[in-house]
Structures are given as structure tokens and as C-alpha cells.
Ligand binder design. Structure first.
Ligand SMILES: C[S@@+](CC[C@H](N)C(=O)[O-])C[C@H]1O[C@@H](n2cnc3c(N)ncnc32)[C@H](O)[C@@H]1O
Length: 284
């Protein structure tokens, strides 16, 4: 059966947004688990998952902080928060997680509440006109000496054997995605070391995490990768020249002999960067 292939970039594969996050997570969770395994999410600590989506990371973070720890998850979407609450209901960590609707730009929490803050795949300069202001609001609710971690998807390779075609797609992606195209170099997400420092954070550092898959792919991994390819390129492949567009459509068509996810030597990877900064300690 031919897989449903939507070209509307808001409706990849016709999945709900929550299902999209779940599908993406099948591939991305390995890299995110590595980031969550860092020492600053320490046992017994109190943290905030800022823009938590459907709460997938909130639960991983609650597992990491263990009994005696607590994690709040906040997101502007009441639909995502409802989904997060439903998923939490039967989870063993439910006693140490709270989800609520709210805006990370105006947090409904007291000053100096959290030991750490995690914010994944959200605080894109360009999408947020004042990322430094947003970080300052996160800093307000973080304790002196606490750590703020901001995670970004940085790079990927999904079309092995076709580096020029994938490079063309990535150029188009960067040229046409407003939050990539309209950002001056010093405020690009890859320069977060600089703008996190300018927000007043200390000991700013970055760690890079990778995850990869190879053929033969099982059905779960195949749907996740197919979804991610669509997420990146479905809305933009029309801008390729005729020859490249035909090749691309052949490579992603499950009914084609060239379907790339059927290759026994298929290989793909994606990378995340986690930028960390520490709140200055108050003078004694
Ligand atoms: C790409 S999703 C990432 C969700 C989650 N952090 C993850 O990585 O799975 C971005 C999320 O940010 C939320 N969001 C966008 N602007 C926000 C804001 N100002 N305050 C809180 N949440 C926001 C959206 O509703 C969405 O759930």
C-alpha cells in the first residue's frame, strides 16, 4: 500500500502534532537521553522542562532526578499539556511531575525556584524575537548556581549516497525557513555560546550528541526516518530543479525500486547540541 504522503508542512503524514513528536522521538530520543544523563540533572533536584510539548523529556528528566526530585513541565499548548497529563497517568514517575499551561516568556513561578532548566527544540532565535530576554526569564526562576540547558537539533544526514542532493535541500531549507533565514550570524542558534553569555550566564559550554541508524530498518525506524525527511523537505522539494526533484521523489517513494529506506546499507545520523550556562552565585 502506498504510504500517505502529505506536502503540507504543517501536516506531515497526516499525523497529529503529538503523534509527530512521538514519531520523531523514535529516532531522536537516543541523543536526548545522552543529554539528560549529564550530572547537572542530579538526584533529588527540582527542575523545569520549559516548552515541554507532550512531556516526553519531562518524564525522562523525572526518572533521572529520582525519588525526592521533582520536575515541572510547562507549555503554551493546552492540547499538548492534556496529552502529557494522560501519558503520565500510569507512569511510575507521576508523583514527581506536574504539567501546566504557561508561557516561558512570563513564567508563573517564583524567583530562584529551580536547580536546573531544560528547554529543547524551542528557543530558536528568529521564532523568538528576543532570545536573550527569554533566557533572562528562565534565569529569574533558577537558583543561584543552577544550570540552564538549551538543546537544538544541529545537523543530519538522511540521504546516504546523495550528498549533493541533500546539500541542495539543506540550502533551500536554510534559505526558506524564516527562523533560520532572518537571523543575524551572532544570534544564530549555533552561536548560543555568545548570546547565552551576554544574558549573564557563567561557565557557558556546549556538548554534542549524536544518534544513528542503519539498514535493514525495522518498520518503526522506517516511519520515524520517513517522517523526519518529510518534516525537513516536504514543503521545499518543489524548489529543486527538475532532475533533482525527480530523483528525490523516487528516493522517498515506498513503491519505487529506488526507495532509500529499503537499502540494506542505509545509514543516517542526526546531531543535537546542548548549550549550558550557570547562574552566578549571589555574593555572601
Ligand atoms: C518543537 S516543540 C518541542 C517540544 C519538546 N520540548 C520536545 O522537544 O519534544 C516546541 C514546543 O514549544 C511550545 N512553545 C512555543 N512557544 C512557547 C512559549 N512561549 N512558552 C511555552 N511553550 C512554547 C510549543 O507549544 C511546542 O510544544
Amino acid at each position: 500500500m502506498k504510504r500517505k504522503r502529505e506536502t503540507n508542512s504543517e501536516n506531515y503524514h497526516g499525523e497529529s502534532y503529538a503523534d509527530q513528536l512521538r514519531l520523531a522521538s523514535l529516532l531522536t530520543c537516543n541523543a536526548k537521553k545522552q543529554a539528560i544523563n549529564e550530572d547537572h540533572f542530579f538526584p533529588g533536584s527540582h527542575g523545569l522542562d520549559a516548552a515541554c510539548g507532550i512531556g516526553q523529556h519531562t518524564i525522562l528528566l523525572a526518572e533521572k532526578v529520582g525519588l525526592g526530585g521533582f520536575v515541572d513541565g510547562i507549555d503554551t499548548s493546552s492540547e499538548h499539556i492534556d496529552t502529557a497529563c494522560k501519558e503520565l497517568r500510569d507512569n511510575p514517575v507521576r508523583e514527581r511531575v506536574n504539567f501546566q499551561v504557561g508561557d516561558i516568556l512570563s513564567l508563573p513561578f517564583e524567583n530562584d525556584t529551580y536547580d536546573w532548566i531544560w528547554c529543547a527544540d524551542t528557543l530558536w532565535p528568529g521564532a523568538f524575537p528576543d532570545p536573550v530576554g527569554a533566557v533572562k526569564e528562565l534565569m529569574r526562576v533558577t537558583k543561584p548556581g543552577g544550570v540552564i540547558s538549551i538543546l537544538y537539533w544541529t545537523s543530519h544526514m538522511f540521504l546516504p549516497g546523495y550528498p549533493k542532493l541533500e546539500a541542495r535541500l539543506n540550502v533551500i531549507f536554510n534559505e526558506t525557513t524564516p527562523y533560520m533565514n532572518s537571523v543575524e550570524p551572532g544570534m544564530h542558534f549555533t552561536r548560543a555560546l555568545g548570546w547565552l553569555k551576554s544574558s549573564g550566564l557563567q561557565d557557558v559550554s556546549v556538548n554534542h550528541y549524536t544518534t544513528s541508524e542503519h539498514g535493514p530498518l525495522n518498520e518503526e525506524k522506517r516511519s520515524s526516518i520517513s517522517f523526519l525527511i518529510d518534516m525537513l523537505y516536504a514543503g521545499i522539494h518543489d524548489k529543486l530543479d527538475k532532475r533533482n526533484k525527480e530523483k528525490y521523489l523516487e528516493l522517498i517513494d515506498p513503491d519505487s525500486n529506488e526507495y532509500i529506506l529499503n537499502l540494506s546499507d542505509y545509514f543516517c545520523f542526526l546531531n543535537y547540541a546542548c548549550f549550558n550556562g550557570t547562574l552566578p552565585r549571589k555574593d555572601k
